[in-house]
Design a protein around this ligand. Sequence first.
Ligand code: DGL
Length: 260
Amino acid sequence: MNPAAPIGVFDSGVGGISVLRALRARLPQEDFVYFADNAHAPYGERPDRHVIERSLAIAQQLRGREGIKALVVACNTATAAAIDLLRAAHPDLPIVGVEPALKPAAARTRTGCVGVLATRGTLASARFGALLASLQGQARFALQPCDGLADAVEQADATKIRALCDRYIRATGQFGSNNEDMDTLVLGCTHYPFAADVLRSLVGPEVALLDTGEPVARQLGRRLDEGGLRADHRRPGRLAWQASGPTALLTAAAARWLAL
Ligand code: DGL
């Protein structure tokens, strides 16, 4: 593995940019290639088989064409469905995935009640089931699948984002800091941090919103160190963009969220 090679990052669309933001902040010397699989999105409402096929094809493509030295699966749904198979197919490649921040939420909540927003695919996965079971007794988790929300974020459709957030926050239950209220909200899909302002306005200022960008960036840094794979470019890291569908929304999202 060549330390000067780029790191691959993929998601079904723009969501993984919320992870990329944290990766670049922590690893500013590294080059990244971001792949948005927007011709085959959303992942969260499709069968596992589709998400697995796409994840394997993207990893293959990023290795073959870009010679990546590590891969970040910047998508909760793809991590849940495909990370074990990706690791089996590429045993020599450091692969870092994301999972909904249930552990940090359990450690943080004072009321013992936590809301979790994620895709239908993530919530139905065996991987998520095991995570939930490992925290049994530590907090109560209200799980809410959010059909259509990742797509609304993808399309930057503000009206739809607000309507869906409103519907799903109501369906999750009561937020606040009183006994029995949920005082912590897990954003279990990488698209949802881009709806954080709307979600915050609905749950109130005392509720903590947790995403996974920062822990993933720390984990990637550790994996690079273990493999002696840190880049030694005498320049700031570069970014390259690829998509399986149209690139206009991707470019606009990157400009907006990464201040490019
Ligand atoms: N951003 C992805 C995730 O973290 C999935 C969005 C989708 O394509 O449904 O789960």
